[in-house]
Design a protein around this ligand. Structure first.
Ligand SMILES: Nc1ncnc2c1ncn2[C@@H]1O[C@H](COP(=O)(O)OP(=O)(O)OP(=O)(O)O)[C@@H](O)[C@H]1O
Length: 515
């Protein structure tokens, strides 16, 4: 019989209206990387939260090295050597990296000497595992990748040997992802045991030994990664074949819908401009992709475009109307839909219900209100329609509080709302981040469908596959400038990479600068 370091046996966990984990069994071997795969809302985070003591299962038991254990809270988990890096980090923003790492470990007030010992240990760990950080930097000042390293060091500092990573790569750049996967492999080779949630099948094929698949709260199976492939995994996950390519008819270009001229946006982080003199057009019926490595001005550009931030120079015209100085709502009414990068900050009101979120920018329309009174029946009917069409899964349907929904389903709700609202240009920023392959396939179809319906689509994406498969034209942003215009039909991923890293440039075609 196989010896497992952790056994989760027949775990059942319910939330109001939904069985998030329905009799799930998962066994973890010592020294393996064990991937956990499943559609959005399949129950992966819930299962890991049960192991980490954040939730108590109604049924089932957990064993560590064959012995039944009770994990009532994260402290219990920690005592058993179980650590977790969460989807949304749990760091104290105004503390330094070092303070966050040692927080809670030393119950007594720490003296100077202990603190310097702690620092030494942290520096040692960070060197040993290639997790470079600045121990004295405040969390609020460091990049997401660095924050994640702090979370990992926190687990190592506590000498955890069972490490749970909940979608760690969703927030990283391709380079950071490569490094993280290498580090995870290193942990496993040292005898640590890793549980790894991801939607990216390539990452599973690269790094995992085994993979357990969940679907709608149920256990589907566990496979050896070397005996399987991406197609089989995705079929296990969604119960049907998935197409990895995007079907597109030839483009039918129309009039210019969005015209951006000489836009410059100051940076909040440094004295230089984050966006420098950017000009381009998007026509009806085309998908233009703004590609680039994270942090090259895309976020600031989108903020200026959608009215979240002010630009210092330049102009924006939407369907012939100058919206340079318009408010967010005026832009929305003028025909701009926006799927934002940060869904918690700008996409949703987490304390509101799903149906309220679905009519957020249109509750004043006659369809939903009469003389100032909301027509609740109409809102409900409308929300139910969208939920069905976009397959948004939640515990209690339209009245579910959005905060309780899984990350992927929150994203689907925003997409449903923005696509269904009247628009001429759809600005989609990382629209598939955190989504499962089935949902990605669906979203890509929706973007193409918008284009075929004669709308303009501006896609901002860090995913090279998405950039290459979905767009009709690629603009590469590097250090705040557009350094290249590429045709995805005639370019390669390698070439795109050269532009993204600043090693190559071309002159953007004149027509794009015409007024
Ligand atoms: N605290 C909670 N209260 C109510 N329902 C919840 C809560 N946490 C999760 N759920 C529900 O349980 C189900 C499983 O959610 P979970 O977050 O485990 O899914 P997941 O597989 O991690 O999804 P994703 O890939 O989208 O992150 C979802 O339908 C979710 O809405």
């Amino acid at each position: 019989m196989e010896n497992y370091i952790v056994e989760m046996l027949n775990i059942t966990k319910e939330f109001p209206g939904i069985i998030a984990n329905d009799n799930i069994t998962l066994n973890l071997k010592k020294g393996e990387v064990h991937a956990l795969l499943g559609e959005n809302g399949a129950g992966k985070s819930t299962l890991m939260s049960v192991l980490f003591g954040l939730y108590q299962a109604e049924k089932g038991e957990i064993r560590k090295n064959g012995e039944v254990v009770k994990i009532n809270n994260p402290n219990d988990a920690n005592t058993l050597g179980i650590g977790m890096v969460h989807q949304h980090f749990k760091l104290v923003e105004i503390f330094t990296a070092l303070e966050n790492i040692i927080l809670g470990v030393e119950p007594n007030k720490m003296g100077f000497i202990q603190k310097s010992e702690a620092r030494e240990k942290v520096v040692e760990l960070s060197e040993k595992y290639g997790l470079s950080i600045n121990p004295d930097a405040l969390i609020e000042d460091i990049s997401v990748g660095m924050q994640q390293r702090v979370e990992i060091l926190k687990m190592l500092y506590r000498e955890n040997e069972i490490l749970i990573f909940d979608e760690p790569t969703a927030v990283l750049t391709p380079q950071e992802i490569k490094e993280l996967l290498k580090i995870m492999r290193g942990f496993a080779e040292e005898g640590k045991s890793i549980l790894f949630i991801t939607h990216k099948l390539n990452e599973i094929m690269d790094v995992a030994d085994r993979c357990t698949v969940l679907r709608k709260g149920k256990y589907i199976g566990t496979v050896n990664v070397k005996d399987t492939n991406k197609e089989e995994l995705s079929k296990m996950m969604v119960g049907r074949d998935i197409s990895f390519s995007v079907d597109k008819k030839p483009m039918k270009e129309g009039e210019v819908v969005l015209s951006v001229r000489n836009v410059t946006v100051p940076s909040k982080l440094h004295k230089n401009n984050a966006v420098k003199n950017v000009s381009f057009d998007v026509k009806a019926g085309e998908i233009v992709c703004l590609a680039g490595i994270d942090g090259n001005g895309q976020t600031e550009f989108v903020s200026a475009l959608t009215g979240l931030e002010k630009m210092s120079e330049g102009s924006i015209v939407l369907c012939g109307k100058d919206i340079t100085k318009s408010s967010i709502r005026e832009r929305s009414v003028a025909g701009m839909s926006h799927i934002p990068e940060d869904r918690h900050k700008h996409g949703l009101v987490l304390e509101y219900s799903l149906e309220e979120n679905l009519v957020l920018q249109r509750y004043w329309e006659p369809a939903f209100q009469n003389k100032g009174f909301i027509k609740f029946d109409e809102v409900r009917k409308y929300a139910e329609g969208l939920i069905k069409r976009f397959d948004v899964r939640s515990g209690q349907g339209p009245v579910t509080v959005v905060r309780s929904m899984s990350g992927g389903n929150q994203q689907k709700a925003i997409i449903a709302r923005e696509i269904d609202k009247k628009h001429e240009i759809l600005v989609a920023v990382q629209p598939t981040r955190g989504l499962d392959v089935g949902a990605i396939e669906y979203i890509h179809k929706q973007l193409v469908e918008r284009r075929d319906a004669g709308k303009g689509v501006l896609l901002v994406s860090l995913e090279l596959d998405e950039v290459m498969n979905v767009s009709d034209r690629i603009l590469v942003m590097y250090e705040g400038e557009i350094v290249g215009e590429l045709d995805p039909k005639t370019t390669t991923v390698q070439e795109l990479g050269l532009y993204m890293s600043g090693a190559k440039r071309n002159t953007v075609k004149e027509t794009n600068h015409a007024g």
